[in-house]
Design a protein around this ligand. Structure first.
Ligand SMILES: [Zn+2]
Length: 410
């Protein structure tokens, strides 16, 4: 019995995997924020598939939520015990909720009635996040049915509420249960990736979007001495801040592409409606993506200081509002066991050289990392999440399943 036998089993399961993925797609699972009634029907369907796959102890962990009919948001948890359970559990954490289809006019088919072609399956949620869910589930089934044996426990967590913030999903499980073990468990969140399957996300930048409102005094353009040009002062501030931040926070981190923090003045609101008026107010925005080495609060302090200087020079007032602020979680070390094992498993299936790296921000692996877990993000997809006509390649579903099988049995 070797890994190729397990791979053969996954090939044999392939039509069943497509069919199950399409069954899952047909069951809507929308958050109450999206006019949905939660994920219970899909969770119950998955409980049955898990039980058929050897997860006899599969259970639903309920996160109370009075906005849905059943009164809770379901998180489906299944564990197959390994031969050395003291090593810990290799988790695949996939979410079962989906986003609404959006403008139906952009779809060429019914979003919740999946279409299967020779190469693809099309439907809402097939990529985000059902491909990875089915891939890890059938990998576990293949490993279990083959009798090849596995040292680590195999854990599947099919969670609720990822699309609207994870309060009733991953956050609930991390904060209110002891399902995940900090020291031992390896956590894969297969909810982002690229078509080449060569990227394992271990780190992210902080995101800070700043709205900058500069207030002077409006007047006629022919007599500027009667007012105070807010637009000119805002330009001074933006340029000063831009230059200062790039110089002061210029560290390079090769994990990231680009390898630097980015500080970009972006949006600007329209000011006065005519050419001969000096604007009394200017509203501009900064988009900042900050390497995890830096504290975004320190950057804000620096910007405040520059603002006070410009206020003194120009006689205006400058105010900040945070439009979006998401502090980077501590990175998972690129040499952590979960990273090394996953990369080794990917290489057994895809002919590539996967690299650990960082992204601009915002995956739910950050919830695990903030809570002290090592977690990675990987999958093989065309990045269709939330798009109309969302699709997956069937071959990616099968190959990703083989990667999970290799990971489980390493
Ligand atoms: Zn997702």
């Amino acid at each position: 019995m070797d890994l190729n036998d397990v791979f053969q089993r996954i090939d044999d399961y392939s039509q069943q995997m497509y069919d199950t993925l399409m069954d899952v797609c047909r069951i809507r699972a929308l958050a109450p924020e999206n006019e949905g009634d939660g994920e219970l029907e899909k969770a119950e369907f998955l409980m049955n598939v898990l039980k058929d796959s050897g997860f006899e102890n599969a259970r639903i962990v309920k996160a109370p939520d009075s906005r849905v009919t059943c009164g809770f948001r379901p998180n489906v948890i299944g564990v197959l015990k390994g031969s050395r359970p003291e090593l810990g559990t290799i988790w695949s954490v996939a979410h079962i909720d989906v986003v609404p289809p959006g403008d139906l006019g952009l779809w060429n088919s019914e979003p919740y009635e999946p279409v299967e072609t020779d190469e693809k399956i099309i439907g809402r949620g097939v990529e985000d996040n059902t491909q990875s869910l089915i891939a890890s589930l059938f990998a576990a089934r293949a490993v279990n049915d083959s009798g090849i044996g596995h040292e680590y426990n195999i854990g599947l967590a099919f969670v609720a509420d990822e699309e609207v913030g994870s309060k009733y999903g991953i956050k609930y499980l991390v904060e209110n249960t002891d399902i995940f073990h900090r020291e031992k468990d390896l956590i894969v969140v297969p909810d982002s990736g690229n078509p080449e399957s060569d990227f394992v996300e271990v780190s992210e930048k902080s995101i800070l979007w700043l709205k900058v409102t500069t207030t002077g005094k409006q007047c006629h353009a022919s007599s500027p001495e009667r007012g105070n040009n807010a637009y000119r002062a805002a330009m001074k501030f933006l340029l000063k801040a831009d230059e200062y931040l790039h110089e002061r926070y210029g560290l390079r981190d090769p994990l990231f592409d680009p390898p630097i923090s980015t500080f970009e003045p972006t949006k600007k609101l329209a000011n006065v409606g005519n050419v001969n008026t000096i604007p009394g107010e200017d509203v501009s925005y900064f988009d900042m993506r900050i390497l995890p080495d830096y504290d975004p609060d320190a950057i804000l302090v620096d910007m405040e200081e520059i603002a006070r200087e410009v206020e003194g020079e120009a006689g205006v007032t400058i105010n900040f509002e945070k439009e979006n602020y998401d502090r980077a979680a501590p990175p998972t070390p690129p040499d952590a066991p979960v990273v090394k094992k996953l990369i080794s498993a990917i290489k057994k299936v895809y002919d590539n050289e996967p690299k650990p790296g960082g992204i601009g921000g915002g995956t739910c692996a950050a919830i695990f990392r903030r809570a002290g877990f090592n977690a990675v993000v990987w999958s093989t997809i065309d990045e269709q999440a939330h798009a109309p006509n969302e699709y997956i390649y069937k071959k990616n579903l099968i190959n990703d399943s083989k990667v999970f099988a290799a990971l489980y049995t390493e």
